[in-house]
Design a protein around this ligand. Structure first.
Ligand SMILES: *[C@@H]1O[C@H](CO)[C@@H](O)[C@H](O)[C@H]1NC(C)=O
Ligand SMILES: *[C@@H]1O[C@H](CO)[C@@H](O)[C@H](O)[C@H]1NC(C)=O
Ligand SMILES: *[C@@H]1O[C@H](CO)[C@@H](O)[C@H](O)[C@H]1NC(C)=O
Ligand SMILES: *[C@@H]1O[C@H](CO)[C@@H](O)[C@H](O)[C@H]1NC(C)=O
Ligand SMILES: *[C@@H]1O[C@H](CO)[C@@H](O)[C@H](O)[C@H]1NC(C)=O
Length: 775
C-alpha cells in the first residue's frame, strides 16, 4: 500500500487557523460549518434543520469537477473556499481503536486505546451482548480520539465478517469464525455498539448522529490472502449460488439490514469472474436494492487499480474507474480515481452524475457523523473527553472478553485449576510466554497496558522460572535440553506456545496446520521430563493440529487463548489458578494436518463425495477433526433438557404447485409468504444446570440436524446461542424462538431457500428433540 503514502493530505496548522478563526492547534478536531465564520454559516448545506439529502445536494452542486474528483479517494483533501476540512476515510478499529489506518494517531493527549482480544477469541464467548459492549467502548474511545484532534476521520473499516472457510487463512483471526449465524450476530452487535445504536437496534432511525461509522468487509467471498503463489489480487473465487446464499452472504445481509452499518468495503478478489468492486449486482442490486443499504462503499486499498493492472478485467485505467463507479462504489482507498476519473469523463465513458451519486453517499455519511454541524464540542458526542479512553471499565471489559473467550480443550484428571499455594514452583516455557506483541494480534493500536501470560502467572506464584524455549515462534532452533532441565526442577510446567503474526497474517496464509519448527518436539520433551502432567497454552488465531498433545498423557491440560489482548495474561492466569471458570467454545473446526492436501483455492463449502472433496466447516465437513466447532470444556459440568417446545409438527400447504424443481417435494420459502412463516414460529425453552462446584458462564448452543440430510443439507446447523451465568448447583432456563422458514431451511442449487419435508432434530449437548415437517 506504499502508493497511498504519497497522497496523504494533512490538514496543515495554517488551514486549521483559517478554518477555526482562532488560534488553531492540532488538538482541535476538524469540522465544517463553523458558526463563527460568517461566510460558511449561510450555506444551505450547513443548515442542520434541513434533511441531509437536501444539504448534500446543495454541497455537491457547489463543487467544481476537479473538487468532485478529489473527494473520491480515501485521503480527501480540504475544500478551503467552502470551509470544508480534509477527511481521511481510512481508520481501523478491529478490536480497539487502532492507528493501523491513516485516520488515527495515538501520539498526542491520547497515547493508547483499549486493546480487546483479537476477534476470533471474543467470538468464542458466544455472547452477543459482550460483543455489543465492546463495540460501544470502541465507538466511545473513537469519539474521544476525534475530540482530542487525533482523528482525521470517523469511518472505521471493521468488522471483518468473511467466513473463516479455510484453517490456513492468515486473516481468520480477524473474524468471528466459520459459522454464518455467529458471524452475522457478531456483525450486528459490533456495528450497533460502534455506531451508537441500542443493543436491540432502531435508535438511529430517527436521525440520531452516528457515534462512529462501521464498515462490513470484505464484500464478498474474500478469505484467501496468499497461498502458494495465488494471492488475493488475482484470485477468482469460484463460488456456487448455493454456498453464497447460505454461507458467504448471510453475515453481510445481517450487518446491513439489522446492524444498519453505514459502510461496506468491496473485496480485492473476483467472484465468479467479476471483481467485487465492479459488480453492480453485488453493490447496487443486492446491498442497496435488496438489503436497503444506506451508506458509502469503499474499495479495499488499491482494489481499483488491480482491476486493470493485475486482473486485466478492465482494458484501460479509465474503464476500471467507470466499472467501479457504475457498479456503485463510492470511494477508492488509493489514488486511482484521483488519477484517472478526469480522463474517463473527457472520453465520455462516465457521466458526472455517477460521480455525484458517489459524492452524495460520501458526504451523507460525514454529515451523519455530525461533521457539518459546526463545532462538535456543542454536539451530543462533543463532551467525550480523553478520560473516556482506557477507562477502568473498558479495560475490565477487555479482561472479561479474554476470560470468557479462552477455551479449555483438555483437562485430564482435573489437573486444572492448580491450587493457589504460595510454595509452588512453576516453569513458564515457550516463545509466546512473555511477548506483549503476540497478545494483540493484527490491526491493533497501542494498548493501555499489557499483561503477558508470564506476568499474569507471576502474580500467583513467586517462584517462577521463565525460558522462551525457542529462538522465535517459528522455533527454527530450540533449547530443548535447557527447557527439559528446568522442567525437572519445578512442581508444575506451563508451556506457552502457538503462532504469531510471523506465521499467520494479512498477505500470508499458512501451508501447515501443525505447530511451527521444533515447537512440538520441545513440548513432547518437556512434558516427558516434568514431574507432573504439563499445561499447554496455545496462542493462535487459526486452529492448530495438536493431535499429539491431545493424546499425550504427559500433557494434562490444553488451553486455547487466541490473541487475548492487553489483559490476556491476567485472564489466563485466573483460569489456570481457578479464579475463573473457563466457558469459551471453539468458533471454528480444528482440522488435522492432512486437510492441507485440499487446495485452499477450492471455495466449495459443500462436500463432493464422488471426488473425495470433504467440504468445509462443521456444517458440511464429515472428516476427522482435532476438535469440533463448539467444543470447549469447563471446570463445571452442565446438564441440559428440552423443558418445553411449543410446537413440533409443522404442515406447509401451497395452493399452487411449487417452482422448486430440484427436489420435487421441497417448497421455496419465498412461495410460502411472510405471513405463513410468521405464524409457524415456535418457542423452545432449554433447562440448564451447573452440576459443578464452581460458578460459571456457559454458552448454550442450539443446533438442528435432519434425520436424513438430502444432498446439500448441512450435517448440522447452529440456530441459536445464549450465554448464561450459573452458580454451583444452580439451574436456569433459556428461551429461543425459531422460525421453520429461517432455521429449518437451506439454500437450493440456484441460491433460493427451500424447506423440505422430513424429520429434524433440535440438538443441545447430547439432548435431541424431534420436529417434523410435512408438506
Ligand atoms: C503525531 O503523528 C502525526 C502523523 O504522523 C504527526 O503529524 C504529528 O506531528 C504527531 N504529533 C505529535 C504530538 O507527535
Ligand atoms: C497516481 O498518480 C500519482 C502521481 O503521478 C502517482 O504517484 C501514483 O502512484 C498514482 N496512483 C496510482 C494508484 O496509480
Ligand atoms: C517480560 O517482558 C518484560 C517486557 O515486556 C520485561 O520487562 C520482563 O523482564 C520480562 N520477564 C522476563 C522474566 O523475562
Ligand atoms: C525464524 O525467526 C527468526 C527470528 O525472527 C528469523 O531470524 C529466522 O529467519 C526465522 N527462520 C525461519 C526458518 O523462518
Ligand atoms: C429441566 O431442567 C431444569 C433445570 O435443571 C429443571 O428445573 C427441570 O425440572 C427440568 N425439566 C425436565 C422436564 O426434566
Amino acid at each position: 500500500m506504499g502508493s497511498l503514502q504519497s497522497l496523504i493530505s494533512f490538514i496543515t496548522p495554517l488551514f486549521l487557523l483559517l478554518l477555526l478563526g482562532h488560534c488553531g492547534e492540532s488538538t482541535q478536531p476538524p469540522f465544517s460549518c463553523d458558526s463563527s465564520n460568517p461566510s460558511t454559516k449561510s450555506y444551505t448545506f450547513c443548515k442542520t434543520s434541513l434533511p441531509i439529502t437536501e444539504r448534500v445536494q446543495d454541497l455537491v452542486s457547489r463543487l467544481t469537477l476537479n473538487e468532485k474528483i478529489s473527494q473520491l479517494v480515501n485521503s480527501a483533501p480540504p475544500i478551503p473556499r467552502l470551509g470544508i476540512p480534509g477527511y481521511e476515510w481510512w481508520s481501523e478499529a478491529l478490536h480497539g481503536v487502532a492507528n493501523a489506518g491513516l485516520g488515527i494517531t495515538l501520539n498526542g493527549t491520547i497515547p493508547a486505546a483499549t486493546s480487546f482480544p483479537q476477534v476470533i477469541l471474543t467470538a468464542a464467548s458466544f455472547d452477543a451482548h459482550l460483543w455489543y459492549r465492546i463495540g460501544q467502548a470502541i465507538g466511545t474511545e473513537a469519539r474521544a480520539v476525534y475530540n482530542a484532534g487525533q482523528a482525521k476521520g470517523m469511518t472505521f473499516w471493521a468488522p471483518n465478517i468473511n467466513i473463516f472457510r479455510d484453517p490456513r487463512w492468515g486473516r481468520g483471526q480477524e473474524t468471528p469464525g466459520e459459522d454464518p449465524l455467529v458471524t452475522g450476530k457478531y456483525a450486528v452487535a459490533y456495528v450497533r455498539g460502534v455506531q451508537g445504536d441500542s443493543y436491540e437496534g432502531g435508535k438511529l432511525e430517527d436521525g440520531h448522529h452516528l457515534q462512529a461509522s462501521a464498515c462490513c468487509k470484505h464484500f464478498t467471498a474474500y478469505d484467501l490472502d496468499d497461498w502458494k503463489g495465488v494471492n488475493r489480487f488475482i484470485f477468482d473465487a469460484r463460488v456456487t449460488q448455493q454456498d453464497l446464499a447460505d454461507t458467504y452472504q448471510p453475515p453481510f445481509e445481517s450487518c446491513i439490514k439489522e446492524g444498519r452499518a453505514s459502510g461496506i468495503m468491496c473485496a480485492y478478489n473476483r467472484v465468479n469472474g467479476v471483481p467485487s468492486c465492479a459488480d453492480y449486482n453485488l453493490l447496487s442490486k443486492t446491498a442497496r436494492g435488496e438489503w436497503g443499504f444506506q451508506g458509502y462503499i469503499t474499495s479495499d486499498c488499491d482494489a481499483v487499480s488491480i482491476i486493470y493492472e493485475n486482473q486485466g478485467y478492465a482494458k484501460t485505467p479509465e474503464d476500471a474507474v467507470v466499472d467501479v463507479l457504475k457498479a456503485g462504489m463510492d470511494v477508492n482507498c488509493g489514488s486511482y480515481l484521483q488519477n484517472h476519473t478526469q480522463k474517463a469523463v473527457e472520453q465520455k465513458k462516465l457521466g458526472v452524475s455517477e460521480i455525484d451519486r458517489a459524492l452524495h453517499n460520501l458526504f451523507s455519511v460525514r454529515m451523519r457523523l455530525g461533521l457539518f454541524d459546526g463545532n462538535p464540542v456543542q454536539l451530543p458526542f462533543g463532551n467525550i473527553g480523553p478520560d473516556k479512553v482506557c477507562t477502568i471499565e473498558n479495560q475490565d471489559l477487555a479482561l472479561e472478553a479474554a476470560r470468557n473467550g479462552i477455551v479449555l480443550l483438555k483437562n485430564s484428571d482435573r489437573l486444572l485449576p492448580l491450587s493457589q499455594t504460595t510454595t509452588l514452583s512453576l516453569a513458564v516455557i515457550g516463545p509466546n510466554a512473555n511477548s506483549s506483541k503476540t497478545l494483540l494480534g493484527n490491526y491493533a493500536g497501542l494498548p493501555c497496558k499489557s499483561v503477558t501470560p508470564l506476568e499474569g502467572l507471576q502474580r500467583y506464584v513467586k517462584n517462577v522460572i521463565h525460558h522462551p524455549g525457542c529462538n522465535a515462534v517459528n522455533c527454527s532452533s530450540a533449547a530443548i535440553e535447557e527447557a527439559v532441565n528446568i522442567a525437572k526442577g519445578v512442581n508444575y510446567v506451563v508451556l506457552i506456545m502457538g503462532l504469531d503474526q510471523t506465521e499467520e497474517r494479512e498477505s500470508h496464509d499458512r501451508l501447515h496446520l501443525v505447530l511451527p519448527g521444533k515447537q512440538q518436539e520441545l513440548i513432547t520433551s518437556v512434558a516427558r521430563a516434568a514431574k507432573k502432567p504439563v499445561v499447554l497454552v496455545l496462542l493462535s488465531g487459526g486452529p492448530v493440529d495438536i493431535s499429539s498433545a491431545k493424546y499425550d498423557k504427559n500433557i494434562g491440560s490444553i488451553l486455547w487463548a487466541g490473541y487475548p489482548g492487553e489483559s490476556g495474561g491476567t485472564a489466563l492466569a485466573e483460569i489456570i489458578f481457578g479464579d475463573h471458570n473457563p466457558g469459551g467454545r471453539l468458533p471454528v473446526t480444528w482440522y488435522p494436518e492432512e486437510f492441507v492436501k485440499i487446495p485452499m483455492t477450492d471455495m466449495r463449502i459443500r462436500s463432493e463425495p464422488s471426488s473425495g472433496y470433504p467440504g468445509r466447516t462443521y456444517r458440511f465437513y464429515k472428516g476427522e477433526k482435532v476438535f469440533e466447532f463448539g467444543y470447549g470444556l469447563s471446570y463445571s459440568n452442565y446438564a441440559y433438557n428440552f423443558s418445553s417446545v411449543t410446537q413440533s409438527k409443522f404442515h406447509f400447504q401451497l395452493n399452487q404447485p411449487s417452482k422448486a424443481t430440484q427436489t420435487p417435494e421441497a417448497k421455496l420459502v419465498s412461495e410460502l409468504g411472510e405471513k405463513l412463516c410468521e405464524r409457524k414460529k415456535f418457542s423452545i425453552t432449554i433447562g440448564i444446570k451447573n452440576n459443578g462446584k464452581m460458578a460459571g458462564k456457559h454458552p448454550v448452543l442450539l443446533f438442528t440436524r435432519k434425520e436424513k440430510p438430502s444432498n446439500g443439507s448441512p450435517v448440522k446447523q447452529l440456530v441459536g446461542f445464549q450465554s448464561v451465568k450459573l452458580n454451583a448447583g444452580e439451574s436456569a432456563e433459556v428461551g429461543f424462538v425459531l422460525s421453520p422458514c429461517e432455521h429449518l431451511s437451506r439454500a437450493n442449487e440456484v441460491g433460493l431457500m427451500v424447506i423440505e419435508p422430513g424429520l429434524h432434530f433440535l440438538v443441545v449437548g447430547d439432548e435431541e428433540y424431534p420436529v417434523s415437517i410435512s408438506i
